[in-house]
Design a protein around this ligand. Structure first.
Ligand code: NAD
Ligand code: UGA
Length: 430
């Protein structure tokens, strides 16, 4: 099939490359001319394991091309995927300006029947909104489908090619056929439903996962106060197949480019129809508290932050990505700085722009450089590299002895054997 993908971010670029890998002829469009130039030159603008090889192979075999021109991509396309950003607007609702602009551009360049599928995460009612924006620009027939994406960053290529399910919200059989053909080679349940239900499924899934993490973090805080061990609790709970073991890792709370904005947008959606969502709002509140609690514990351990340096190991919102959007590590950096600490940070791949940190964050070359002269170190991102830190070397360069393991990655005996005052999440506070 001939496919156009609008937006070449984490979702668009991965979708485009994977659809080409499945045998379709894909044109990826982006308004960011610099990004398209880099892609044309063989450079991948994001860190995503396996993506570079996949893009290279499909560009070479002629199935994947990049352009800034809708006029080049749209007229021939049988299926068009919208994969542009839907960040939070100032009030927490989804900012629809990129989806709106993409819809109008698509409408202007349609030359015959096409299916327009919204892959971006969007509020209920967006299919109707896109339909009306496209119809305002064209007299050609088209259908709009909700096709929310469920991939995770850091595992995006694998997730796209091995999805747990594909959600297709349609109101016409013709469009359902096109979508079934598009994903014919992906062997997984296809949930075909109406557009509104598909749109809500995406928000509900993300909010449920975020709530599960907030729940275990709440138990983790309780464990610290009553002398229980959150890892044992999570294991005991997770073995019940009705609960499941995934997303029960206590830590610093959820972050990233999706959970925070999507949970906020769902909360706003509830408000907009006078239907507040107390469970969803509680998940947000617990997430906020989870960040603060770790900084409180550090402040207590150090006897205040005045004149103290803290090394934050990790900047990305999780391992295997360079994405720092709403990262717990960055929130902790900001809170430490706000309370008067000097902060130095390190991450295997991610960098934090100074406008995000709010100050010029010292970016160290490695964890040992970050820890140089530090009174405390916080392990903030669950990178595999941090699991195998040389703790003797880390301790030898530090001025103090506090090691806060925000992701419970290290072995307590080993950390204590090096002379660290080793603090973890969800274990008795001594
Ligand atoms: P992103 O910010 O990485 O990329 C968005 C891209 O769209 C950018 O390159 C931008 O230049 C481009 N763009 C903006 N307006 C455009 C327009 N009018 N025409 C063409 N291109 C345009 O975003 P992302 O992380 O890929 O997320 C995209 C959407 O997918 C969001 O709604 C997000 O919630 C959803 N989603 C993301 C993930 C994820 O893991 N990142 C997973 C599932 C769903
Ligand atoms: C998440 C969902 O997992 C995807 O299915 C969805 O498509 C995507 O959002 C989206 O809509 O964009 P992602 O944000 O890439 O994917 O990352 P996750 O692996 O889900 O992690 C999210 C956050 O939760 C991270 O900050 C991570 O550190 C945290 N987390 C995750 C925990 O604190 N504990 C856990 O047990 C799991």
């Amino acid at each position: 099939m001939r496919v156009a993908v609008i937006g070449t971010g984490y979702v668009g670029l991965v979708s485009g490359a994977c659809l080409a890998e499945l045998g379709h002829r894909v044109t990826c469009v982006d308004v960011d001319a610099g990004k398209i130039e880099r892609l044309k030159g063989g450079e991948i603008p994001i860190f995503e394991p396996g993506l570079e090889e996949l893009v290279r192979r499909n560009v070479e075999n002629g199935r994947l091309t990049f352009t800034t021109s809708f006029a080049e991509a749209i007229p021939d396309a049988e299926a068009i995927s919208i994969a542009v950003g839907t960040p939070s607007a100032a009030d927490g609702s989804a900012d629809m300006r990129y989806v709106d602009a993409a819809s109008e551009e698509i409408g202007r360049h349609l030359s015959g029947y096409a299916v327009i599928a919204t892959k971006s995460t969007v509020p209920v009612g967006t299919s109707e909104r896109v339909t009306s924006l496209v119809a305002g620009q064209t007299s050609h027939p088209f259908d709009v489908v909700s096709n929310p994406e469920t991939l995770r960053e850091g595992r995006a290529v694998y997730d796209f090619l091995h999805p747990s399910r594909i959600i297709i919200g349609v109101s016409s059989e013709r469009a359902a056929d096109v979508m079934t053909h598009l994903f014919a080679y992906l062997d997984c349940p296809k949930v075909v439903t109406d557009p509104r239900s598909a749109e809500l499924t995406k928000y509900a899934a993300n909010a449920f996962l975020a709530t599960k993490i907030s729940f275990i973090n709440e138990m983790s805080h309780l464990c610290e106060d009553v002398g229980a061990d959150v890892e044992a609790v999570a294991k005991g709970m997770g073995l019940d197949p009705r609960i499941g073991k995934d997303f029960l890792r206590a830590g610093l709370g959820w972050g990233g480019s999706c959970f925070p904005k999507d949970v906020r947008a769902l909360s706003k959606l509830g408000e907009s129809v006078s239907h507040p969502l107390p469970v969803v709002n509680a998940a947000i509140a617990t997430n906020r508290m989870t960040r603060t609690r770790v900084v409180d514990r550090l402040e207590k351990a150090l006897g205040g932050f005045e004149g103290k340096t803290v090394a934050v190991l990790g900047r990305a919102f999780k391992d295997n990505t360079d994405d720092t959007r709403e990262s717990a590590a960055v929130d902790i950096v900001k809170e430490l700085a706000r309370r008067g600490a000097t902060v130095r940070a390190d991450d295997p791949v991610a960098r934090v722009p100074s406008e995000q940190a709010g100050f010029d964050l010292v970016h160290a070359a490695d964890p040992y450089e970050a820890a140089q002269g530090a009174h405390a170190a916080v392990l903030a991102t669950e990178w595999e590299e941090f699991r195998t830190l040389d703790l003797a070397r880390l301790k030898s360069v530090m001025a103090g002895d506090v090691l806060m393991d925000g992701r419970n990655l290290l072995k307590p005996d080993e950390a204590r054997a090096q002379g660290f005052r080793y603090l973890r999440v969800g274990k008795r506070i001594v």
